[in-house]
Design a binder for this molecule. Structure first.
Ligand code: IPM
Ligand code: MG
Length: 356
């Protein structure tokens, strides 16, 4: 059970330290090795995803990832920016299935910007395809247009594309996930405008034949964005492409009040996975000891559940987090009147204490 620990930039090292602490008290035969990634990788080795880091990630059974990105690297050329580290890991490790749960803990209902009755009890799962779509499609770049209304003008361009097998494999992940929950799946597309997503929809309908007990619904992405805000509890499992999933998962995260609470898993076909909090590196609060480590701790729980098939250990961590919230401890991002404000390390220690 080898884990590559990649803390990254900003608050990454602080939150990862808490998750590692939690994993250690479980007393499992875990082997952990740390490496630099993102801006930290660039600073030390001249690349956001150094060769040695990629090698470690490939050898490991799972990757626990903090966050990448810092303002000081924003002016670098695209291929050297910290974000390339996470994109490169997803592509190189074939982590095509991104699971992003959005769960509202009852204790945090007041933290949402939506009315409590709209969000209380929210528990949805967004499954985002992660290695295709316009994110990776080629060709892409800037060129001089040789046709169309703006011929001779410079233009930026990207390519949206999905192979049939790519759609099929994420569809299977989604139908199976729905089978373990409410047996309802919403596929989000833009089939009314885009060829790629008409094709996506056709393949989803075909794969559905293999899962007759699941109810499949199709929704255009604009409508899905609206419904997520209007009546989020009507959803259970959502499956969509890389770009729509990027956008909708941020919206879903905010329904719960704090992106600081949400873990994520990115899996390959054999359940090797990269686990990371849904939030970013938050350079504005880095080093202050105030970041919320719970999304990372919950990501470690997902790792035990999906890669190491240790659901009971995962449950234990999740239960400890719930107890800590019930006890009234809050980091700054979820703090409200009447609760006790704590820092990153105190929050990690509290989870450890609840585990014992
Ligand atoms: C995410 C992030 C990444 C993405 C960025 C950092 C490349 O927004 O994981 O959602 O767009 O996939
Ligand atoms: Mg995103």
């Amino acid at each position: 059970m080898k884990i590559a620990i990649l803390p990254g930039d900003g608050i990454g090292p602080e939150i990862i330290a808490q998750a590692v602490k939690v994993l250690k008290v479980l007393d499992l035969p875990l082997e952990m090795e740390t490496a630099l990634v993102g801006g930290a990788g660039y600073a030390a080795h001249g690349h956001p995803l150094p060769e040695s880091t990629l090698k470690l990630a490939k050898q490991a059974d799972a990757v626990l990832f903090g966050a990448v990105g810092d303002w000081q690297y924003d002016s670098l050329e695209r291929s050297l920016r910290p974000e390339q580290a996470i994109l490169g890991l997803r592509k190189n490790l074939n982590l095509f299935a991104n699971l992003r749960p959005a769960i509202l803990y009852p204790e945090l209902a007041g933290a949402s910007t939506l009315k409590p009755e709209i969000v209380s009890g929210l528990d949805i799962l967004i499954i985002r395809e992660l290695t295709g779509d316009i994110y990776f499609g080629k060709p892409r770049g800037v060129r001089v247009a040789t046709d169309g209304e703006f011929v001779g003008d410079r233009e930026g361009f990207d390519t949206m594309r999905y192979a049939e097998s790519e759609i099929r494999r994420i569809a299977h992940v989604a139908f199976q996930a729905a089978g373990k929950r409410s047996k309802r799946l919403t596929s989000v597309d833009k089939a009314n405008v885009l060829e790629t997503f008409q094709f996506w929809k056709d393949i989803l309908i075909d794969v559905h034949n293999e899962y007759p007990d699941i109810t499949l619904e199709h929704m255009y992405v604009d409508n899905a964005a609206m419904q997520l805000i209007r009546a989020p509890k009507k959803f259970d499992v959502i499956v969509t492409g890389n770009m729509f999933g990027d956008i909708l998962s941020d919206a879903a995260a905010m329904l719960t009040g704090s992106i600081g609470m949400l873990p994520s898993a990115s899996l390959d076909a054999k359940n090797k996975g990269l686990y990371e909090p849904s939030h970013g590196s938050a350079p504005d609060i880095a080093g202050k000891g105030i970041a919320n480590p719970l999304a990372t701790i919950l990501s470690a729980a997902m790792m035990l559940r999906y890669t190491f098939s240790l659901p009971q250990e995962a449950d234990r961590i999740e239960a400890a987090v719930k107890k800590v919230l019930a006890s009234g401890l809050r980091t700054a991002d979820i703090h409200v009147e009447g609760t006790t404000r704590v820092g990153t390390e105190e929050m990690g220690n509290a989870v450890v204490q609840m585990l014992n």
